[in-house]
Ligand binder design. Structure first.
Ligand code: GDP
Length: 300
């Protein structure tokens, strides 16, 4: 965890540090407030949340007697925490039904890190003593099933797969069936993420969801977004939210960007919390999203 925090801090702290430096200026003139606004926008916080934060910072700085670095740090931390949101339930749910495993569907555009996230999540669950079955329902990308199976073999989870180009829904169905037969605790389903035809995607994801629910409850639909894609990621989020009920967001590649503000923007957009973050390509590089640690990393 310490290592993850360090990695997050390395790529993120330009935002918080930049804000602190600006707020510490002797004269907080209009130019400075504009720079503060720009800093937030560049970090992908989004227009509305940026405006809200700037308004609140203005009000609060006005009534602040002294502006010591400690005062400003505390104030900024509090306001960033409010912005990120501390009252979301960010746990990934995997309870399942009375006789059925927990089922988690992982969706997102190809290349965002869906398969990697599914593998990493399997690893976390297995390390937690849960038995996991993987469903390789991304039949669109040729190597996806192999990639998922490699993860499965590595962490000790059976991978259910079908023929290349096969029907994702039938693989998802089989994966949950296998999970039930094995008495597994959790089934994770990796799906395909082609975006060019929205109706195609809608049909496919909707069908996967429906057949999975024939077996029992679906616990989570996690949307994987690449944090480095900025506003593009938001557009993707919107499209997916239209076709399937997203219950949580996984932001990947936060190790490679200083644009951590996307956490705020995407939560606002979808009204669902960021639950997990990806901080690298390695097996251990998936972490629960903890607002306090995140904000600490932002401020540096
Ligand atoms: P998919 O097409 O959505 O299933 O994407 P993949 O899981 O194949 O991931 C695409 C690429 O992103 C791979 O090279 C992954 O190793 C890489 N990747 C995934 N998550 C992360 C992350 O959190 N950080 C970094 N730096 N790379 C990641």
């Amino acid at each position: 965890l310490v290592r993850l925090r360090a990695r997050l801090a390395r790529s993120q702290n330009s935002l918080g540090k930049g804000l602190l430096t600006l707020l510490s200026r002797e004269h907080l003139d209009e130019d400075t407030w504009e720079e503060i606004e720009e800093t937030l926008l560049i970090a992908d916080v989004g227009v509305v949340p940026t405006q809200e934060l700037v308004d609140r910072l203005r009000d609060r700085v006005k009534v602040l007697g002294t502006r010591t670095p400690a005062d400003l740090r505390a104030l900024l931390k509090e306001e960033l925490l409010t912005l990120v949101g501390t009252d979301f339930d960010r746990a990934v749910k995997t309870e399942g039904g009375a006789d059925t495993p927990g089922v988690v569907m992982v969706v997102g555009v190809n290349g965002t890190g869906k398969t990697t996230t599914t593998g990493k999540l399997a690893r976390v669950l297995v390390a937690d003593g849960r038995s996991v079955v993987l469903g390789a329902a991304d039949t669109f990308r040729a190597a996806a099933a192999d990639q998922l199976q490699t993860w499965g073999d590595r962490v000790g989870a059976r991978t259910v797969r079908g023929p290349e180009g096969g029907d994702p829904a039938s693989i998802a169905y089989d994966a949950v069936k296998e999970g039930i037969a094995e008495g597994a605790d959790v089934v994770l389903i990796d799906t395909a993420g082609r975006l060019h035809t929205k109706t195609g995607l809608m049909d496919e994801l909707g069908k996967v969801k429906r057949v999975v629910e024939k077996h029992g409850p679906l616990d989570e639909v996690l949307l994987v977004l690449d944090a480095t894609t900025g506003q593009n990621g938001l557009t993707q989020a919107r499209v997916f939210a239209e076709v399937v009920d997203i219950t949580g967001i996984v932001l990947t590649k936060l190790d490679g960007t200083a644009k951590g503000g996307i956490v705020v923007a995407v939560q606002r957009e979808l009204g669902v919390p960021v639950k997990l973050i990806g901080l690298g390509e390695g097996a251990d590089d998936l972490a629960p999203f903890e607002p306090e640690a995140f904000v600490d990393a932002l401020i540096g």
